[in-house]
Design a protein around this ligand. Sequence first.
Ligand SMILES: [Ca+2]
Length: 266
Amino acid sequence: MRDGAWHHVAIPLSGFEGVDMETVQTLFSLSSPAPAEAFEIAVDNIYLTESEPLPAPQDGSFGIYTETDTNSSAGTLVEGEDSDLFIWEGTLNLSHGNAPEGDSALNLASTGLGWFGMGFADREGFDLSAFDNEEAALHFSMRTTDQTEFRIGMKSGNVQDIGQTWVTFSPGSDPYGFSRDGQWHHIAIPMTDLAADLEFADMRQLFQVLGIGEVSDPSIDNIYLSGGDSGEKCKTVRWKKGRHKCLPLRGEKRGWKKGKPPFNRD
Ligand SMILES: [Ca+2]
């Protein structure tokens, strides 16, 4: 309030969209577009407070767009509460019939703007570190007869084009066994194929579709992540005749190296 008295102002850092928090150089700045006359403003006691931890689903599957309970055993996105399904720039119409799973699917039809895109955007982000392992995967069902190239991706952080991975579906060389035969196909993309540029601890777009041109036929349903692992479980293993040991389940980050014994022989 501009009443001349001091006021405490707290701004969530999520409000500073586009700031790369890993390379911040200016911690506070204040500017104004050409004020009409000289004015007074005073600031004091500027500080940052620690963030609240992001929700971190683990131990099971995390639902993105699914109606099957077992595919959301570790939780699920709730549209309108913690996430929104955004159509980018009005480039798509969505309808929901003809679902292969439950009552609702995503049937995409572009609107003639020369491109199309949509994404499931988290409002605050999710810590999906539990899905950063060799067994986790992004699953979805998809069908189409369209011959337009499109991409499916995920994104971390809130800086444009950074922390984003895309998988290209191109007619004639569609990956992961997909075929444009109009039939439903179940697709599972290992998270290790997506991990390269993603910061799992701060995931913002869990499923996005982008393409150039027009489509009228693609349908997608039953989108979820599998293989969430808190790392708290362990597996009893034995190297040659050594003692049995209880070790983290998987992953080089947890002490395993592919093809090598996970610990020194006793
Ligand atoms: Ca469904």
